[in-house]
Each structure stands twice: as structure tokens, then as C-alpha cells.
Write a new protein. Sequence first.
Length: 495
Amino acid sequence: MMPLVTRKPYNLPQPKGALHPAMGAVNRHKDNPRSSDTTTARWLGGGVLVLVVVLLVVFWRGLGLAAAGAQASVDAPWLWLLAAWGAVTTGAFAWRVMLWRRYRPHRLKRDVEPWPHISVVVPAFNESQEVARAIESVARADYPRERLQIIAVDDGSTDDTWQHMRCAVDAARTADARLDIQALQLRQNGGKREALYAGMQLATGSILVTVDSDTRIEADALREIVVPFINDNDVGCVAGSVRVANPSESIITRFLRCYFSLSFRYVRAYQDAFRGVFCAPGALSAYRMSVIRPHLDAWRQQSFLGRRCITGEDRALTNIVLRAGALTAYQDTAVAWSAMPTTYLGLALMFLRWARSNVRETLVLWSFLMDDLGQRRGLAALRFNMLLVAASLLMPYVFIAHAAMVVMATPLALPVYMAAVVGGGLVSAAIYYANERDHGWVWLPVYQVYWLVTLSWVFPWALLTPHRMGWLTRGSGQRDEGHAEAQAGVSLASA
């Protein structure tokens, strides 16, 4: 049996001027989070560029020396492949950096009255008191009460989650009688997708927002996440910005803080330029109900290689929006704080679950990406980016295989390859610092080496086992072979 990973309650930082207790320290810089270029940032960026150039020269010089000691007939094709890939990635990186530098959070183009009616669904399983904190953060959000609906769903928890959920719902009603809030309890655990589906059936809003039960949103997150919908009727999905709530608990959470910063404030930021965000996170995302509602039954029943899909529900919803020809955006100012695993086991299992979903949903995306998607804006850029994404999933392992061959022939080449790995981490560090302006960038070169040594196995294993659907990090009792039908039994929390 796969070992379970448990998490202890987390405490968010309480900076001065926080809008409410769910809010953490966020570097907004108003319209552009990279607008205040400091001397430190310029020196760091310039230093990293110089160092990368030096590392590239050393790398290729060392590679040539190493290749001389290896069998030329075997090594030469690898060199040409790596050289070609290096040229492609350099151009692609420049393109992405340009788009990222141009990113600005979406701002209202006109006065809004009334605001869109939104429904927020908070699914939970065995979260205990954490679910109460998530519900409280949503209930205290700065959004018009009469335009907000909150639906909390207990997915058949076996601990005291239901009690905490009901207490939180009752407290929210007591605090504001205008608030439309309710809780549901599924009699049997069916998985997050089933819990979301149950909540969606009660949703009355034109926009659906999903918030994870281990997540707390900032006070203005709901207002911010609906802005792209208001500005552009073609937008069907908006990804919020997820930050790590417990970044100082362990070296793992320090790595994850950097990882999430790059995943959202760089990757999704440049994807927003062509409205091609291909994974809206379950922790905080919003969907236009008119786009996804016709497909919810198929989404609920989705299967892969004959097995029901119980993970990757967020990526699957995003695929629905993309298939419909709608746009997908990113809103950096819609911020949520989520608890992260603190151990290697928790990290590896989380990455494995994500990687399996990534394999499956990438195949789904490519099954329609070359179809006629109407007059969708940015389609060519989306297709080009997905080609790069698909290649980037495989090319690191070409690099690893080539490095292993050369190092076995010429052990002195090992420091050259490690320098290349660290150099890649420094490039990421420069981007991280430009966004966050803190010393966390020092962890990225370390993380690059850590990933190579301890996590590079995850994607190959996911590629071999994409049919295995277990959640892995929760004690849900969910097995790869089945998916419980939990919708049959539902109870409503009393007023």
C-alpha cells in the first residue's frame, strides 16, 4: 500500500496592511510586478547573463574535449541533436521572456454594476479544521454579498471535516445573513472531481470559481479573477496565482515556493499574452459556466485506457474551454495561498500525480489542437508553445542520457555537465528575482541539481503508468481500478 502523506495546519504570514487574515505578503507593484527595477536586480540580471555565457562556452568546450574521448560514431548524432535543441530553446526562451516582460495584470476597462454573479465551490476530503479556514477566507472576500454563492462539499471524509465545515458555514451565515452559503456531504468518497460536480449542480452563478480546501484566498481575489471575463466575452477560463503558504517549513517548501513562482508569475504570465494558459489550477480558477456546463457530464465520466479519471480535473476543465475555442487567461493579482508537502515523499507523490495527469491531458489537448477552433485569437502561438512544451518533456532525458554516455567515457566531463545544470538554475533565479525581489532565488540552482538527482525519475514513470489514477497523497481509499458513485447520497447543512 502506498504510504500516506499528512500535513499539519499552516499559519500564513501576517504583514502590515493585510486586508484580512487569509492574506499573505504579496509583491504587487500595482500594474506591473516587475516595474521597480532596482540596482540589485540589474546587477543580478547582468551577472547571471555573463555567467551563463561563460558556462555555455565552458560547456561546449568541455563537451568537445569529452567527445574526443568517446566513440565519435555514437556521440556525434547526440551532439547535433543537442545543438539543434539548444538553438530552438534559446529562441523560444527569448520569445517567452519578451511576452513575460510585457505581461500586466488585467484591469477593469469600464465601471461594473452589477458585478457578475459567481458561485464558489470548495471541495474537501479529510482536511479537518483547514476547510473551515478556506471557507472563512471565501466568506470574508471583498465581493458583493448579493452576487456571491458559496458551496462547500465534504467528499465523504472519515475525520471531523464535516463538523468543521458546518461550523464555518453557520458562522458565515451568522456574520452576514445576506450570504448564500451551503454545505453538502457526500455519503461516500468519490474523489475531488465528484465533489466538484456535486457543487456545480447547485451553482447558479454565471462564473464558477474553484478553491481548494487547503487554500486561503486574499480578500480581493474574487474581484480580481472575474476582471478578464468582464473585459472580454471570449475569455472562458482564468487561472489565479497560487503561492506557497508554508515556505519556511523545510527545504522542500523552499523549493516549492520558487517552483510555484516560476510556474505562475513567469510561465502563465507569458501564456496570457496569447490567452493560451493550458492548466488553470484547482486551488484558484474561474470558468464561464456557459462554456463548461454542456460538457460537465462528459467531464465527470472521463476515462483513460478504460479507467475513470479521478485526478487532473483542473487540467481537464481547461481542455474543455480550449476545445470550445474560448480564451484562457492568467490574473496575477488573484492570489491564493496553499499548503504544500514538507517532505521528499510528499513532493515526489504530488509531482507523480501531476505528471500522470499531464501525460493524459496533453494527449487530449493534442487530439483537438489542430482542429478548426474558429476565430480563436492567438491560436498559432498556442500551437507553437504546445510543441515546445511537448518537446521539453522529453529533451531533458536526452541531455541526461548523453551526459551519462560521455561521463562514462570521460569522467572529467561531469563537472562540465553539472555547471550547465547550475547555469540553467541561475537563469530561472534571475526570473524569480525579477518577480519576487527576495533572496529565495538562491534555492533555484540547488533545486536544479536536486531535481536531477532525486526527481528526474518521475516523468518517465508517469509515462509508463498514466492509467494509474490514485490521488497518492490523501488517505481517500481511492484505488486505481474504480471510482465510487457518491452523488446518490447528499445531505444539506442545516441553517
